[in-house]
Write a protein that binds this ligand. Structure first.
Ligand code: HMG
Length: 385
């Protein structure tokens, strides 16, 4: 039985800043951010958005008939809003999903959407009529004036996992790899991540090469068997570091095609920044909308989450995938509003974070279909607009 991604959708915040503006404010050469890091713009998060609103915004773009069939909802996130209650329960309510549904949350830094996808494959294999909704939603925060600031971002990717999928049939061989190490983490008391940036880059490439080579040993496949290799993109240059670590001096047609499809994967990420759990899957969407890939061809995916865990797996692109990946995202992103660095800093500092106090947000500037209106008696309040 073929099992995999049947439909995909993406949502981000209505605001962004230009990297040129951040570079000017931080006294850096803009080329460091645009070439050295590989980002053009970054999503800016108003206090009225969190992983619940972003997740609902992505999922509501999926077809209504498919949403009615969802039997399990898994939210993959490292930006949790509650130590106990799963954020997916709020999303289930906002989307008006059936009450006869199981809802949970998964966590392992940026990796856990891939774990959710593997768990979903198991659910569907046992009960082929089931449809699993995975929402990978995050807000990446390193703090103002930190080296990681240029690699922040926010957004959500929603995916339906089912039998006979229309987008990507996931192949059986996958190689997970885990080691206990401290490249990036966020203790319970912290609103921003702690990171050992250079070390995290090394671990990422090391885990990619280890999992890819093990996959190659198990399957006997070579680079010629892939139309594209896509990567978790904490910033777009990181994917390049991964791919070049494998290709080295190879400039054959096969290697050049992989390089060009990596650029197609990077297109959307350059506009929003790191989505943490959703990054790899935004990359898949970006490849499918902007790349040179044909139905029947194989795509290799490298998922990475700090702490650290990596997984390399593959899937076969399905006929008709174009009808299941939503609107042209690049065009959709042009509808966002540009904000100044002063405004970004104000919004960054205004997020709810760890505060327990009652608060009511002004939602009049947020045109999103779902908004966080505030907090009362320790309860978050959401509204459908
Ligand atoms: P930094 O120290 O500010 O930057 O931190 P740099 O000095 O290393 O420069 C960055 C690049 O720009 C370098 O290129 C420079 O040469 C180049 P590289 O050597 O890396 O190829 N450069 C220029 N290029 C053109 N023109 C110029 C110029 N100047 C410099 N004028 C760092 C960069 C990424 C470390 C920092 O932003 C950071 O700590 N980010 C967060 C950590 C991160 O994203 N790590 C990635 C791997 S871990 C991961 O993916 C997991 C994660 O998503 C979290 C999770 O799992 O939940 C992060």
């Amino acid at each position: 039985m073929r099992i995999g991604i049947d439909e995909m959708a993406f949502a981000t915040t209505p605001f962004y800043f230009e990297m040129d503006d951040l570079a000017a404010a931080r006294g850096e050469d803009p080329n460091k951010y645009k070439i050295g890091i590989g980002q053009d713009r970054q999503a800016v998060v108003p206090p009225t958005q969190d992983i619940v609103t972003l997740g609902a915004q992505a999922a509501v773009k999926l077809s209504a008939t498919a949403l009615k069939r969802v039997s399990t909802l898994i939210v993959a996130t490292e930006s949790g809003i509650d130590h106990s209650k799963a954020s997916g329960i709020y999303i289930k309510h906002l989307l008006g999903l059936n009450d006869y549904i199981r809802v949970v949350e998964t966590k392992e830094a940026c990796y856990s959407a891939t774990a959710a996808l593997q768990f979903a494959r198991g659910i569907v294999a046992l009960n082929p009529q089931e449809v699993v909704l995975i929402i990978a939603a995050d807000i990446a925060r390193y703090g103002l004036n930190t080296p990681g600031e240029v690699t922040q971002g926010a957004g959500a990717v929603a995916m339906l996992i089912s039998a006979d999928p229309h987008v990507l049939a996931v192949e059986p061989v996958s190689v997970p790899y885990t080691q206990d190490l401290m490249d990036f983490w966020r203790p319970l008391y912290a609103e921003n991540a702690h990171v050992d940036g250079k070390y995290s880059n090394q671990v990422y490439v090391d885990f990619f090469l280890k999992t890819y080579h093990r996959y190659q040993q198990i399957t006997g496949r070579t680079l010629a068997d892939f139309a594209a290799l896509i990567f978790h993109l904490p910033y777009t240059k990181m994917g390049k570091k991964g791919l070049e670590g494998l290709l080295g001096d190879d400039h054959s047609n096969i290697a050049q095609r992989l390089r060009s499809n990596l650029q197609a994967e990077q297109t959307l990420s350059r506009q929003v920044g790191n989505l943490y759990t959703g990054s790899l899957y935004l990359g898949l969407l970006s490849l499918l909308q902007n790349g040179d890939v044909q139905p029947g061809e194989r795509i290799g995916l490298f998922s990475y989450g700090s702490g650290a865990e990596g997984e390399f797996y593959s899937g076969i692109l399905q006929p008709g995938y174009r009808d299941r990946i939503g609107e042209d995202q690049l065009t959709a992103l042009t509808g966002r509003q540009r904000v100044s660095i002063e405004e970004y800093e104000r919004l960054f500092n205004g997020q709810l974070g760890m505060s327990a106090a009652d608060i009511e947000f002004d939602v009049s500037n947020d045109p999103s279909p779902f908004v966080l209106t505030g907090q009362k008696n320790f309860k978050r309040l959401y509204r459908i607009q």
